[in-house]
Ligand binder design. Structure first.
Ligand SMILES: CC(C)(COP(=O)(O)OP(=O)(O)OC[C@H]1O[C@@H](n2cnc3c(N)ncnc32)[C@H](O)[C@@H]1OP(=O)(O)O)[C@@H](O)C(=O)NCCC(=O)NCCS
Length: 177
């Protein structure tokens, strides 16, 4: 039995599904919560409209998102409680690979197996639908809970490299966008 089968949701149900256009606000909210959690709220400029534009306007296959929803037996509404955002990339070193950009579960729904279900769903889709040969992701140094979570799955920690980035205010990215 998987952890999700054992999870105690009271009288609720859980489902994992791909995002659709109506999820842009929820994804923007969850992204803001993750940015706050990672003490990077000041760098988060995501809005529902931006999620919509980035997902559906220019390049629909740019990123994929899985949504975790819980349905309460009280009002029968599905409530978004978590998400996983990933992209499929390519390098000559790795071939086709998946990069897990964000994994987030609302704080009041953690430790019930939802993160595990989202993470394993990304693995499954990467392997079976996209044909990825490896999966990569990053965790901020101090996030011991997430490191412990990921270690359970046996991922290799990448030593010897650091990440660089240009934020959106960087002069190289000042375009008409
Ligand atoms: C990391 C994160 C996604 C995990 O989500 P989650 O839903 O809590 O994950 P799970 O419930 O599957 O697993 C969490 C723990 O609960 C345990 N667990 C799973 N199902 C359980 C259940 N039914 N009852 C009790 N414990 C359970 C797991 O074994 C795991 O144990 P650990 O703390 O020893 O690793 C979540 O904590 C989160 O969103 N954190 C903030 C953002 C973050 O750190 N994101 C990842 C870095 S980008």
């Amino acid at each position: 039995m998987s952890k999700i089968d054992e999870a105690d949701f009271g009288n609720s149900e859980l489902r994992i599904r791909p995002m659709n256009q109506s999820d842009c606000t929820s994804l923007s909210d969850l992204t803001a919560q993750l940015a706050e959690f990672e003490k990077m709220g000041h760098l988060n400029h995501m809005t529902p409209q931006r999620v919509f534009n980035d997902k559906y306007v220019r390049c629909p296959s740019l990123f994929e998102a899985l949504i975790a929803e819980v349905k309460s037996s009280e009002d029968f509404d599905w409530v978004v409680v978590g998400s996983a955002i990933y992209i499929v990339g390519f390098s000559l070193r790795w071939g086709k690979y998946t990069y897990l950009e964000d994994l987030f579960v609302r704080s009041d729904y953690r430790n019930k197996g939802i993160g595990t279900k989202l993470f394993t769903s990304v693995i499954q889709k990467s392997r079976d639908e996209h044909g990825s040969r490896s999966m990569h992701w990053a965790v901020v140094n101090w996030n011991e809970k997430a490191k412990k979570f990921y270690r359970q799955f046996g991922g290799d920690e990448c030593k010897g490299s650091i990440r660089f980035r240009f934020d959106e205010n960087h002069k190289f990215l000042q375009t008409s966008n």
